[in-house]
Design a protein around this ligand. Structure first.
Ligand SMILES: Cc1cc2nc3c(=O)[nH]c(=O)nc-3n(C[C@H](O)[C@H](O)[C@H](O)COP(=O)(O)O)c2cc1C
Length: 279
């Protein structure tokens, strides 16, 4: 087995806390970039250099895409007033205003729909839930490539799922045609060096990696989740969030009821009104 070198091991320790998986590799730039990821929520006011946006989108478009359908698009927002309105629509998350660039990633079946119209063919397949799923998956893969590219350039990013709190108002703000929905945002900018960020520990690999068939030992899972809860509480405290911010309580609150989805419990009807019949 390939032995992990020290630099690689250090990042694994940060990512997993105590439960370091038996990963073996020598460090390289890609692994270092991926394993060092942390979301950034404080940005310097600097505008991004010319060409950065296009570089990020080139990285995004380099992601695999289902059947090469490329059923995603992105709106780059730099206008302060528009960013402020989008922040307002996304649970008032202040970093959206602060970041010089806000990318709204779109599940977009409208381009294929227009292709069908030009070819005189109604593309009934676009009406199915599967087509929305394909578009949302494509958008996520593309966005994550943009994140990795941004981090490789020394930029910081944070996703904004809050953009789905009020999708119809977001669609109006961005001028989205039917068959296009903003699935999440991405704030991008130069990290504010005054605000500390750190690698957030994840669940132990043993909880997410199954071999051959899905298998859960209820006792082991409970013990490992409890240990992770403690580790995450320690992490949150070290980040100045105070005590008691573990994982368990937060997850229980996050998905306690439809109401805890911040308006997203109405997503089925919203998507239909945005032009995704979801058959
Ligand atoms: C699809 C998606 C939506 C997210 N939405 C938000 C958000 O609205 N606000 C926020 O502060 N962070 C958001 N995040 C960031 C997560 O909270 C973050 O990735 C997670 O806590 C792990 O932390 P890390 O990215 O620093 O490792 C989102 C992440 C993803 C993948």
């Amino acid at each position: 087995m390939l032995q992990p070198d020290t630099a690689f091991l250090d990042l694994l320790k940060a990512r997993y806390g105590g439960a370091v998986p038996a990963a073996g590799a020598s460090m390289n730039a890609v692994l270092e970039n991926l394993l060092s990821h942390r979301s950034v929520r404080a940005f310097r006011p600097d505008t991004l250099q010319e060409g950065v946006l296009e570089t990020l989108v080139a990285a995004a478009q380099s992601a695999p895409t289902s059947s090469n359908m490329q059923s995603w698009s992105v709106v780059a927002v730099r206008d302060p007033d528009r960013k402020a309105r989008l922040a307002e629509l996304s649970a008032r998350q202040g970093f959206i205003r602060q970041a010089p660039l806000f990318l709204a990633f779109l599940a977009d079946t409208s381009r294929l729909d227009r292709l069908g119209q030009r070819e005189g063919q109604a593309l009934e397949g676009l009406q199915y839930l599967e087509s929305f799923l394909v578009a949302a998956v494509d958008a996520a893969l593309a966005a994550q490539n943009a994140v990795v590219a941004a981090e490789s350039l020394g930029l910081g990013t944070v996703y904004v799922g809050g953009l789905r709190n009020r999708p119809e108002e977001v669609a109006a703000e961005l001028g989205l045609p039917p068959g296009v929905m903003a699935v999440f945002g991405l704030a991008v900018g130069v990290p504010d060096g005054q605000v500390q960020t750190a690698i957030k520990p994840r669940l132990p690999q043993s909880l997410v990696l199954h071999h051959e068939r899905y298998a859960v030992s209820a006792d082991a899972e409970a013990a490992q989740v409890a240990a992770y809860d403690t580790a995450l509480a320690g992490f949150s405290e070290s980040q100045g969030m105070g005590a008691g911010h573990g994982w368990v309580r937060r997850m229980l609150t996050r998905v306690a009821s439809g109401a805890s989805l911040s308006g997203r419990d109405k997503m089925h009807g919203i998507l239909q009104r945005l032009g995704f019949p979801l058959r």
